[in-house]
Design a protein around this ligand. Structure first.
Ligand SMILES: [Zn+2]
Length: 879
């Protein structure tokens, strides 16, 4: 790929100063897609625009066959990524440019992805472009601020569904003749002005369910919006359309009211697509989702909640991101943080998932805290000089930290003012592109608050504040309660103390005082909630003075702000003893979160965290929190626990999961979560193998044995060398689906055999050998934590191959390889500085001799080094 493919912010700004694009007509011929021998498709783009300079360029990452500028055929000047345009009229009259070429069907989920369903041989296509892959499919000015109207014309097999952002305006049938089978040409209505990365085409024999939503308009009319749900035909039986449509209508009702701007895109289709690289994408009117949201196996309420959250996140984007779009990727957060916030907010306000902030506190914010402590962290408003940097900015800062900080902003200015500002923002900036300043102006206008200082410390600096309660006693009363704050920006090294509107919860242990006969249940209940504005390094909470000494103090109760919270010694002691007795779910999840952060920071021995999970996890009723705890426990065992303690802990995790599984109510969500935890824990606990076989044999009453659970059991059996090839093939015969094939591959690669590792390594490093999903499956099998000795020989090869990996694979795949193959499972040597660990030294050497490596690649290596350093430090602190 040519280096000009990595479009810079400078070049994009320059281009948009002298262009105004009015419309595109894009013709795609997908009639050959069912033939696997055809690797390309004809694509023709006609774009109309005015220019104030005679020269510019279109982005196009495909073969160019002809270029016509204002009616003149010219010799294409194409370097593989840019089509140079010269001789344009710059007098204000429109230019018309037509570029013809051949696009490549994608197997990496970037551009126009093609997939063949092994169940029925059917071909499915969909596009995925963000941040800059529409140029893989058609010639375009690929930057978000150059909005235009798009008309798509698609030629496809007659029996297919074809979708785009708008409804079809015209459908023409071309009967079969000697040259081709029966075809249909779909011409879609011209779209409103939008960015090219948001355009979409979906084509194939998709199964479709129709629905409808309507709402009253301010002028007394009615807004009618057709709804569509689509998935592969072979998944149709699993598509729970009624449930999906219900959340869809609830969300549209909510946003229609809250944003006071009628849904702007006409129709609303939601398509579940195969081999998808992400959770979902907000293409206006044509949202695409991972098909793992079409549950083939029993799913917990937490999974339904997560899916609803994603549906609402994407729906919020129809306004935040699609109607109003960040000008460049520096302000990506303007749409992602908002959509993330709205996903949870709308879940609570409009759906049955009124506890959505619990999962947000426990899972989503953990992502933010992790990312924000890496040396590569960045302010929410980021510095994104080019597209490779943009690609990596879809991270825990942009989504989760941004959303958490917005939650704090809502607490700071009030919900009413916040939504009033948002409504003004849509009114003022509809169909255009914006920056941070535009949003702040709207929020300041609505709230009357000066947000310049707030924005500077929250949005324009990096790092996580640390809040701790300091309680002094006067007998059995509180003499003073002070909240201390520490914070430094890891990018600049400067101290940053932020303003927090937050709540402090005081909790007391009550012994068996619930009055029930025979019930001597101990509870840990909140006795007081004190709201306070924390500023600076130490803030007293005056209302606490004179209150009874609490057993536990929880700073940031209700999770209004973004901060790591440390428990004071007395509160930690209470948590160890009585965490399971904390009756409310949100504070319980906040205490769990504080304990996990302390473990990661080497302040709490990993063994203590594991002990807490074994003691109090069994009482956890929230399945989102419980699933998070069991996953954290596995991370703690494999990364944060000293090697000497690991074998015993692995056995305890598997034993604990097994006994909880047997004790759980048959058919309950909790039972399912423990079954999954057992399957995962058994991958490093060979002694648990017979239990997995009992589960597979259906000997756990009430446990739904869907393909997802069955495969994870088989994968663990494979990893401990306890599954035969015949057995794995037998499971595939039972689940002869696309997902079954992927899971089967993961199981085969998980077998502890040096030849299998060698073959997997070879496949992974061969460009184009594996699809995106099969890359993940192979990585999971290759990097089994139990196989440290088998994969050790690849450490040197990894470092020797890094630049080649980056150069030869698409960024999506290269990113996964660089992360997934890093030798992350290492043991600290007692008494030795972790920085002297051979793998860390080798990493440092690589960084030292590769200063000129692409910044995006260096970022991944720096992050991997930091994760390992953190792990080794935690091991030493636990030793
Ligand atoms: Zn999003």
């Amino acid at each position: 790929m040519s280096t000009t493919a990595n479009l810079t912010r400078t070049a994009a700004r320059e281009r948009s100063t002298h262009l105004r694009v009015s419309e595109y007509l894009v013709r795609l011929d997908l009639s050959g897609a069912p033939d696997p021998a055809r690797t390309t498709f004809p694509t023709t783009t006609t774009v109309r625009f005015t220019a104030t300079a005679p020269t510019t360029f279109l982005d196009f990452l495909s073969e160019v066959s002809s270029v016509v500028v204002n009616g003149r055929s010219v010799v294409p000047e194409h370097d593989g990524s840019r089509v140079l345009l010269t001789g344009l009229t710059a007098d204000g009259s429109e230019n018309e440019v037509t570029v013809q070429g051949e696009g490549l069907y994608s197997r990496t989920g970037e551009g126009l992805h093609r997939f063949t369903d092994p169940v029925d041989g059917a071909t499915y296509l969909y596009t995925q472009y963000e941040p800059a892959d529409s140029r893989r499919v058609f010639a375009t000015f690929e930057q978000p601020d150059l909005k235009a109207s798009f008309t798509f014309e698609v030629l496809a097999p007659a029996a297919w569904e074809v979708l785009s952002n708008q409804v079809p305006a015209e459908v023409e049938d071309l009967p079969a003749d000697g040259a081709h089978p029966a075809l249909r040409r779909w011409t879609f209505a011209p779209s409103p002005r939008m960015s090219s990365y948001l355009t979409a085409v979906v084509a194939g024999p998709y199964h479709r369910v129709d629905g409808h939503w309507s709402a009253a308009l301010p002028d007394g009319g009615t807004l009618e919006v057709p709804l569509g749900l689509l998935c592969r035909a072979s998944l149709a039986e699993h598509l729970d359309a009624e449930r999906l449509l219900e959340v869809t209508r609830q969300g549209l009702d909510f946003f229609h009211e809250a944003f006071a701007f009628p849904y702007p895109w006409g129709k609303y289709d939601q398509v579940f697509v195969p081999e998808y690289n992400l959770g979902a994408m907000e293409n206006p009117g044509c949202v695409t989702f991972t098909e793992s949201y079409v549950f083939r196996s029993a799913a917990t309420r937490a999974q339904y909640q997560a899916r609803a959250n994603t549906i609402l996140h994407e729906m919020a984007h129809m306004w935040f991101g699609d109607l109003v779009t960040p000008r460049w990727w520096d302000d990506l957060w303007l749409k992602e943080s908002f959509a993330d916030y709205m996903g949870a907010h709308a879940s609570v306000a409009a759906t049955e998932f009124t506890d959505a902030w619990v999962a947000f506190a426990h899972r989503r914010k953990a992502w933010a805290y992790t990312q924000d402590q890496l040396p590569t962290t960045h302010p929410i408003v980021a510095d994104i000089p080019d597209l490779e940097a943009a690609k990596q900015n879809f991270d825990g800062i942009t989504y989760a930290k941004g959303a958490a900080v917005l939650k704090q902003l809502v607490a700071y200015v009030g919900t009413e003012a916040f939504f009033a500002g948002v409504r003004a923002y849509f009114q003022q900036h509809q169909w255009s592109a914006t920056t941070l300043g535009d949003l702040l102006a709207a929020l300041e206008g609505a709230s009357g608050r000066d947000l310049a200082a707030w924005s500077r410390v929250w949005l324009e600096t990096a790092g996580t504040p640390v809040l701790t309660a300091r309680v002094t006693a006067d007998g059995d009363k509180i003499a003073s309660l002070v909240v201390t704050q520490e914070g430094a920006d890891p990018v600049t090294g400067q101290e940053v103390l932020r303003p927090h509107r937050l709540a402090v919860g005081l909790y007391a242990v009550t012994d068996g005082a619930d009055g029930r006969t025979g019930g001597a249940a101990t509870t840990l209940r909140r006795t007081h909630r004190l709201e306070v504005d924390v500023t600076g390094g130490a803030t007293e909470v005056p209302d606490a003075r004179g209150l009874a000494l609490p057993d536990l103090v929880l700073v940031n109760d209700d999770d209004l702000t973004y901060a790591k919270v440390r428990l004071d010694p007395a509160s930690l002691a209470t948590a160890r003893e009585h965490l399971g007795a904390l009756t409310d779910t949100l504070p319980r999840s906040l205490v769990w979160s504080a304990l996990w952060n302390a473990t990661r920071d080497a302040l709490l021995p990993a063994a203590d965290y594991l002990d807490l999970v074994l003691r109090h996890g069994p009482g956890e009723t929230d399945t989102a929190v419980l699933a998070g705890l069991t996953a954290n426990a596995r991370t703690a065992v494999e990364h944060y626990l000293p090697a000497a303690q690991r074998p015993r802990a692995r056995g305890e995790q598997a034993d604990g999961a097994w006994s909880r599984l047997l004790a759980a109510e048959p058919g309950s969500d909790v039972q399912l979560v423990w079954a999954r935890a057992l399957a995962a824990a058994a991958a490093v606990a060979p002694a648990a193998a017979p239990r997995l076989r009992e589960v597979l044999a259906g000997e756990v009453p009430g446990l739904p044995l869907g393909p997802e659970l069955r495969w994870s059991l088989w994968q663990s059996l494979a990893a401990v060398g306890d599954a035969t090839r015949e057995e794995l093939d037998g499971e595939l015969a039972r689940d002869a689906t696309a997902d079954g094939a992927t899971q089967h591959l993961a199981a085969l690669v998980a077998v502890p055999d040096p030849e299998v590792k060698a073959a997997a390594w070879q496949e992974l490093l061969t460009p184009g050998a594996l699809t995106n999903d099969h890359v993940d499956a192979t990585l999971a099998g290759f990097a089994q934590p139990l196989h440290r000795e088998l994969t050790a020989p690849y450490t040197e090869r990894y470092f020797a191959s890094l630049r080649q990996i980056w150069a030869e694979h698409s960024i999506e795949i290269a990113d996964r390889l660089v992360r997934g193959l890093y030798p992350a499972h290492q043991d600290a040597e007692p008494g030795r500085d972790p920085a002297d660990h051979p793998v860390l030294r080798r990493t440092a050497d690589w960084l030292e001799v590769n200063p000129d490596a692409p910044a995006a690649l260096r970022r991944l290596v720096v992050e991997a080094r930091d994760h390992l350093l953190r792990a080794l430090r935690a091991q030493l602190a636990s030793g």
